[in-house]
Design a protein around this ligand. Structure first.
Ligand SMILES: [Zn+2]
Length: 133
């Protein structure tokens, strides 16, 4: 089932934005962890990929270094150009259920773009604190 809605914790959003600022003017890339059920993805953590390669145009890393893990939801990366929309390249390389793009200047959640693996925009919300179970 495709993801129809995404929930981030405030902490995850802060991590995405501050990591993007740190990587700027290069692209930063992070793995998204959490869980998805009934079309709702809850992103509860981020992981810095091992051996990440940063460039101005595209970030990549060796997928074989990523442990196989059911909590993997997708990839978040920054667009130093400021446009939080997926490029052709991004769509070709999309993995997982989610693609999150952080657009410069990475000031708050309005700089985030959230898409499914086909590049369709997905609505998202940000909650405070840990997920209620
Ligand atoms: Zn991109």
């Amino acid at each position: 089932m495709a993801v129809q809605r995404v929930v981030f914790t405030r902490e995850v959003v802060d991590s995405l934005l501050s990591y993007s600022k740190m990587a700027h003017p290069n692209e930063g890339i992070l793995l998204l962890r959490g869980r998805a059920s009934k079309g709702v993805a809850e992103v509860s953590g981020v992981v810095i990929p091992p051996a990440a390669v940063h460039s101005r145009s595209y970030s990549s890393f060796n997928w074989w270094m990523i442990p196989v893990d059911m909590s993997y939801l997708g990839v978040a990366h920054s667009h130093p150009s400021g446009y939080a929309v997926p490029s052709q390249q991004d769509l070709l390389h999309a993995t997982g259920r989610l693609m999150v793009i952080m657009g410069f200047p990475y000031s708050d959640q309005s700089c985030l773009g959230v898409f499914d693996k086909d590049g369709n925009p997905v609505p998202f919300e940000v909650i405070d604190g840990p997920h209620q179970r």
